[in-house]
Design a protein around this ligand. Structure first.
Ligand SMILES: Nc1ncnc2c1ncn2[C@@H]1O[C@H](COP(=O)(O)OP(=O)(O)OP(=O)(O)O)[C@@H](O)[C@H]1O
Ligand SMILES: O=P(O)(O)OC[C@H]1O[C@](O)(CO)[C@@H](O)[C@@H]1O
Ligand SMILES: [Mg+2]
Length: 326
C-alpha cells in the first residue's frame, strides 16, 4: 500500500499543446485512486511561493482540447538555488503534499532530479515540450501539434514563394534541438534543413540551392532551427544574399505561434496515456523517473538516464531529405 495521500501537479518550462490533457489525466487518475490532488501554479515558482489549488474532477472538464496550460508555466531562476528548493520543500510539507508530477522538458527534469536528491520526495515526470529532445521517449507532448502548425505555415509560405520565384529562410523553434526543423523540413519538401546537431557548411548549402532553387524549381525553402550554429535564419540569409545577389530572398521567423493551438489527436492520446502512467508509477512507489512512449508502449526511464543521454538525430532522415530535395 502506497504512503502517498496527496499529490501536486505542475507544468514548467515552455508550454506545449497537450499539457492540459496531461493535467486532466493526472487529476482524474489521482481522484480515481482516492488521492487528493493540488495544482501548483507557474511551475517551480508556484512551488516556492506555495501557490496551490485543490483540484476536483470538474476543474479539468473541457480542457483536453485547449492549448497552453491552465496551471500556467514559468522558468524559475529561484528554483536553481539551494535556498529556492528549500522554500519549495517547506511549502510542500506545510501543504502536506507527498509527491509531485512535473510536466515539462529536460530543464524541468534536471530541477526535479536535484530536488529529489536533496529531499526524499517521489517525483515522476511527464515529457511536455515541443522540442521532442528527451532521451527515453519517442515523442514528447506538444511535438506533433507544433509540427503540424509549422507545416501549415510553411505550406502557405511555399505558395507565395512559388508565385514570386523566391527563396525563403524559415526559422522554427528549437534552441538546442533540431527535431522540429528536421521533421517539418521533410514534411514540407524543404530544399535544405539546418539544425544545431549538425555543422552546416555554406558551400554545401550553396550547392543545394544552385541545384534545386536555381536549377529547375520556382521556389526554395530552407528550414533553420533557432539554435543552428550558423546564427539563425537572418544571419544565414544575409550570408547567402552576399554571395548570390541574384537570389530573391525573404526571411520568416515563425516564433511563438508554434507553441499555441489546440492539441492534435496524437498529443491528446499521448498526454492522457502518460498522465495515467505517471500517477500509477507514484502509486507503485517509483520515484525520480520520467514516463514516456517507446514503440507505442509506456516506458519508465530514470531522470539520471534521460538527462545524461542525448536523443540522437537520425542521419537517415537527413539523407532522406538530401535525396528528395534534388
Ligand atoms: N539545473 C537545474 N537546477 C534546478 N532547476 C532547474 C535546472 N534546470 C532547469 N531547472 C528548472 O526547470 C525550469 C524549466 O527548465 P527549462 O527552462 O530548461 O525548460 P524545459 O523544461 O527544458 O522546457 P522547454 O525546453 O520545452 O522550454 C527552469 O526554469 C528551472 O526552474
Ligand atoms: O521564449 P521562450 O519562452 O524562452 O521559449 C523559447 C524556447 O522554448 C522552446 O520553444 C521550447 O518550449 C524552444 O524551442 C525555444 O527555444
Ligand atoms: Mg528544454
Amino acid at each position: 500500500m502506497s504512503r502517498i495521500k496527496k499529490i501536486g501537479v505542475l507544468t514548467s518550462g515552455g508550454d506545449a499543446p497537450g499539457m492540459n490533457a496531461a493535467i486532466r489525466a493526472v487529476v482524474r487518475t489521482a481522484i480515481f485512486n482516492n488521492l487528493e490532488v493540488v495544482g501548483v501554479k507557474q511551475g517551480y515558482e508556484g512551488l516556492i511561493k506555495g501557490d496551490f489549488e485543490t483540484m476536483k474532477s470538474y476543474d479539468v472538464s473541457n480542457i483536453i482540447q485547449k492549448g497552453g496550460t491552465i496551471l500556467c508555466s514559468a522558468r524559475s531562476e529561484e528554483f536553481r538555488s539551494v535556498e529556492g528548493r528549500k522554500k519549495a520543500h517547506e511549502q510542500m510539507l506545510a501543504a502536506k503534499i507527498d509527491a509531485l508530477v512535473v510536466i515539462g522538458g529536460d530543464g524541468t527534469f534536471s530541477g526535479a532530479r536535484i530536488f529529489t536528491q536533496e529531499y526524499d520526495i517521489p517525483v515522476v515526470g511527464i515529457p511536455g515540450t515541443i522540442d521532442n529532445d528527451l532521451f527515453g521517449t519517442d515523442y514528447t507532448i506538444g511535438f506533433d501539434t507544433a509540427l503540424n502548425t509549422v507545416i501549415e505555415a510553411v505550406d502557405k509560405i511555399r505558395d507565395t514563394a512559388s508565385a514570386h520565384n523566391r527563396l525563403f529562410f524559415i526559422e522554427v523553434m528549437g534552441r538546442d534541438a533540431g527535431f522540429l526543423a528536421l521533421r517539418s523540413g521533410i514534411a514540407t519538401g524543404a530544399e535544405a534543413i539546418l539544425i544545431p546537431e549538425r555543422q552546416t557548411h555554406l558551400k554545401d548549402l550553396e550547392k543545394y540551392l544552385a541545384k534545386g532553387y536555381k536549377g529547375h524549381k520556382n521556389s526554395g525553402i530552407v528550414i533553420v532551427a533557432e539554435g543552428d550554429k550558423s546564427g539563425g535564419a537572418y544571419t544565414i540569409a544575409r550570408e547567402i544574399e552576399k554571395k548570390h545577389p541574384e537570389y530573391d530572398i525573404r526571411v520568416s521567423v515563425l516564433g511563438h505561434m508554434q507553441r499555441g493551438g489546440s492539441p492534435s489527436a496524437f498529443d491528446r492520446v499521448t498526454a492522457s496515456t502518460l498522465g495515467v502512467a505517471a500517477v500509477d508509477a507514484l502509486l507503485d512507489d517509483q520515484k525520480s523517473i520520467m514516463v514516456g512512449m517507446v514503440n507505442g508502449e509506456v516506458s519508465h526511464v530514470s531522470f539520471n538516464k534521460t538527462i545524461k543521454n542525448k536523443k540522437v538525430v537520425k542521419d537517415s532522415l537527413l539523407t532522406l531529405n538530401d535525396i528528395l530535395s534534388i
